[in-house]
Design a binder for this molecule. Structure first.
Ligand code: SF4
Length: 878
């Protein structure tokens, strides 16, 4: 054919076969041809299979799945079978299948005495014997025996051999390969091993180090964009492709095909990636698995909420609004599970009823029979849409095709697995779908992302080898436990020992260094778990230097952040009230009360979104008490407690009479009764919460007892109104105390320990903690105090005229000197914030940057992250 060799070509991997086919076709196009015969380029496995099937064989070849199932059933029936857990059984079957494969590839003698030295290898011989007996009874051929069977037929001249054959990409040859070459040559086939690649490109080989894996992948993508020219090929070789795959897929799409990340675009990425992700992770397939694999009719609320809204099911497509209604209803009841049979009054009840009937099926059927039961059930649920043409995307269509393949494979297991219960059948099918790697089929692209093994035999114009750290190149040895280790070492079986891995890594590096005129080896300095060093085999290769880094991003987010590419647009900082708003708030309270001023202090845009646009996020409630509800419960308990106890004298009496704890428990129970309608049938959560709250209250009461001035609680949850800058606000003061000296203290409870620094903010130039200052404007007082009611952190924080003392550290800003000075500072601060609201100030300016934004739901609306300096802004978390 070309530099590789004449046709037909047999390659070491199917990836190489596709790559050589692409190159062959390109060459034909360059030669001006418009029609040509498809080249005969096949992977070794595909070639052997074709030869076998064309030879009218008496045995059929087991699929990989059938072979693994057979190993599992053999191991399960062995003397150790009962002791092996499900997970270990699977792994034992995989290792046994691998050992069987190696026996054939390296022509190992299973009769060698060293097999009897260890219990594992001895046991494996038993499994092997049983396995071969089952193969014989099925009249089947294991995939590992295929090459041997074909060679035997070739020797007997029952399979014709070509005049010429090129073997491409066989960096290492096994004894079985060597035997194949001997047999072909004795049958007068001229065998050409694809020529070794030239090793003269080392001068353009460089190494680069990046902060972490993400930076490494992003820089590689930008380098591709900068380097790529029409007609040129680029290879990205990743020894640890599995751990890099999703990162590469995401970052490469963002940089190389920015528009493809938009939900409306169904675009092919401009690269091929050789490793797929488990089919079970595709949303459409995940949905089907959730339906068929449910163990019983008690479904976790989180799962059910997703399924009833799923666009892949009839329920979500046709009854979406009803599904939302149900989800809200269930969430408001805080039940962690829903029983399918309990859902009656709903338009989706018939579909859920069908689902329940499927779950309760008690039949024992063969896999082929289960296949049609499962197929029919999913169809009933509208999965996929009745019209296959209405698939949401090409990806879904291909995922569905892959699913059908899995079902077909599953249905071939009748002989191997026999009859199964529903649980066994869906478990096996689920396993199959999880093991199947899926990726969307695309045309062969000039940018290839491949593993180390697959790169064998491939040539490019540019190559980037990623993840070349010391733990990966060379990789640590991992010999097969079912083969004697001395034999593995002697035969040089992959992963058998460190020396072999080092030699293999050196050979791979030399091969990759000559796979293109321009080669880069990179590694991350941190892989997310620990620090990484460059592979010791690469230290002699020169570094590309710091200037190699490419800062220009082509991703959409990068373009938005790059202000050079944008028009200048000065956004208005204010949006004055409309006439309607003015009329409304002239006669009505402004929504939000204290929180509107607090939000304005936190971030004007947040206040605008909350109180003028009235935007609320749709929250899925937790099954347990949420922080907000815990806070409410604490407030309610304190309110009820002080309504009953009234004074510190009474509190001391309860303490002296040993009645304090019972009084606390009584009030915790009363407070919980206010929330019982929310937590239907949640007695476990209630009991835990009661214990927690009782302990917290007892801890808090110690702080109340330590106060030196006797006090009376005048008000709990006192409502007040306040007009500021023309804004009418409603306030609710948690508690008002009067001391024995007739001093009035306004108290606000905080149930989060993060509030312990709140009082410092009373004295900031721009008031950022306006709650108690607002109260002080609504009611004359001598002190304000925050009661921090948080486990292990209970304390008072206060500020006051000099004579009030709560047994806590008092904050007083020196330059404000007097209590009157403090009150005046607060009045000015609160009026300024209220005036900003009235003026319609709405700039996105979070008070404490990331900390403020972290708990704000409006990030996508204000687009703060798209600001060019957002990431580099210094944190101000004080
Ligand atoms: S996310 Fe941050 S900047 Fe945006 S509105 Fe919320 S607090 Fe303001």
């Amino acid at each position: 054919m070309n530099e590789i060799g004449p046709l037909p070509i047999v390659t070491v991997s199917s990836r190489l076969a596709r790559w050589l086919t692409l190159q062959y076709n390109q060459r034909k196009q360059e030669q001006g041809e418009s029609v040509w015969e498809a080249p005969s380029i096949l992977s070794l496995n595909a070639w052997l299979k074709t030869l076998w099937e064309e030879s009218w064989p008496e045995q059929f070849i087991l699929s990989d799945l059938q072979s693994k199932q057979l190993w599992e059933s053999v191991i399960k029936r062995s003397r150790y079978g009962g002791d092996i857990s499900l997970l270990n059984l699977k792994s034992a079957a995989n290792q046994a299948a691998n050992a069987y494969q190696l026996i054939h590839e390296y022509e190992l003698d299973a009769g060698n005495a060293s097999f009897l030295d260890k219990e594992e290898t001895k046991e494996f011989l038993e499994w092997k014997r049983a396995y071969e007996t089952r193969l014989e009874s099925l009249n089947a051929l294991d995939p590992a025996s295929l090459a041997g069977a074909v060679l035997r037929k070739m020797e007997r001249r029952e399979i014709p051999t070509p005049d010429h054959l090129t073997l491409a990409g066989f960096m290492e040859t096994t004894p079985q390969h060597e035997r194949m070459i001997r047999v072909l040559e004795s049958n007068n086939t001229q065998v050409t091993l694809a020529p070794p690649l030239s090793g003269d490109a080392l001068s353009s080989t460089r190494t680069t180090a990046w902060k972490d894996k993400k930076e490494e992948v992003v820089q590689c993508a930008r380098w591709i964009r900068k380097t790529h020219r029409p007609g040129k090929t680029i290879g990205v070789v990743v020894p640890e492709l599995e751990s890099y795959r999703s990162l590469i897929f995401r970052e490469f799409r963002m940089e190389l095909s920015p528009a493809s990340v938009l939900p409306t675009k169904d675009m092919e990425p401009p690269f091929n990636i050789s490793l797929g992700a488990p089919l079970a992770e595709e949303p459409m397939i995940w949905t089907a698995l959730q339906l068929i694999c449910a163990g019983h009719s008690k479904i976790p609320l989180a799962t059910l909420s997703i399924l009833i809204k799923s666009p892949f099911l009839e329920m979500g497509r046709t009854h979406f609004l009803e599904s939302i209604r149900l989800e809200k209803l269930w969430a408001s009841k805080r039940v962690p599970f829903i029983y399918l049979e309990d859902i009656k009054e709903s338009s989706i009840a018939p579909l859920l009823g069908e689902w329940n009937r499927f779950i309760l099926l008690a039949d024992t059927l063969l896999p082929s029979q289960w296949t049609s039961v499962i197929f029919d059930f999913l169809k009933q649920q509208g999965w996929p849409s009745q019209l296959e043409s209405s698939f949401q995307s090409r990806r879904d269509f291909q995922a569905y095709e892959a699913w059908k393949e899995c079902l077909e494979n599953f249905s071939t297991l009748d002989d191997v697995s026999g009859s199964l219960t529903r649980e066994q059948a869906v478990h096996l099918l689920g396993q199959l779908v999880t093991e199947k790697l899926f990726q969307i089929k695309t045309r062969e692209q000039p940018i290839q992302i491949i593993g180390l093994l697959e790169s064998s035999g491939m040539q490019f114009d540019h190559v980037w080898v990623m993840g070349c750290h010391a733990d990966c190149l060379p990789s640590p040895p991992a010999p097969n436990p079912f083969l004697p280790i001395p034999i593995q070492k002697q035969k040089g079986i992959p992963h058998s020992d460190a020396g072999r891995e080092r030699a293999y890594a050196m050979q791979s590096i030399a091969r990759l260094a000559s796979a293109a005129p321009d080669v880069i080896f990179s590694y991350p300095e941190n892989d997310g778990i620990h620090e990484c060093l460059i592979s010791p085999l690469l230290v002699t290769i020169p570094s590309a230097g710091e200037q190699f880094s490419i800062s220009h991003s082509s991703a959409l987010a990068g373009k938005i952040q790059n202000t050079l590419l944008l028009d200048e647009w000065q956004e208005a900082n204010t949006l004055p009230w409309t006439l309607k708003e003015k009329e409304l708030y002239a006669s009505q309270l402004f929504p939000g009360g204290t929180s509107s001023i607090k939000n304005q202090a936190d971030c004007p845009f947040k206040a605008f979104a909350n109180h003028r646009l009235k935007l609320y996020s749709f929250e899925i409630l937790e099954n347990d008490y949420e922080n907000l509800e815990r806070g409410n419960l604490t407030h309610k308990t304190l309110e009820l407690f002080w309504k009953e106890v009234k004074t510190q004298q009474n509190l001391k009496r309860l303490q002296a009479d040993n009645l304090l704890e019972s009084a606390v428990i009584r009030n915790v129970r009363s407070a919980q009764s206010y929330y019982r309608k929310i937590f239907v049938r949640q007695s476990l959560f209630e009991n835990i919460e009661r214990q927690r709250l009782t302990q917290l209250m007892m801890e808090w009461m110690e702080k109340e007892l330590l106060r030196t001035d006797d006090f009376t609680v005048l008000h709990e949850e006192l409502s007040k109104e306040l007009t500021l800058a023309g804004l009418q606000l409603k306030l609710k003061i948690d508690r008002v105390d009067k001391t024995v000296n007739e001093q009035i203290i306004l108290i606000d409870y905080k149930t989060s320990k993060n509030e312990s620094t709140s009082q410092k903010r009373w004295f900031e130039e721009r008031l950022s903690e306006p709650q108690l200052p607002l109260y002080s404007l609504a009611m004359k007082c001598d002190a304000v105090a925050i009661g921090i009611v948080s486990k292990g952190e209970t304390s008072w924080a206060s500020t006051s005229s000099p004579q009030v003392f709560l047994g806590s550290k008092k904050y007083q800003q020196e330059e404000l000197e007097s209590w009157e000075g403090i009150l005046s500072h607060w009045r000015n601060g609160c009026e300024q914030l209220a005036q900003e609201l009235v003026d319609g100030l709405l700039i996105a300016q979070p008070l404490r940057k990331h900390n403020t934004c972290r708990i704000c739901p409006h990030e996508t609306l204000c687009r703060i992250k798209e600001r060019s300096n957002w990431m580099s802004d210094d944190e101000d978390e004080s």
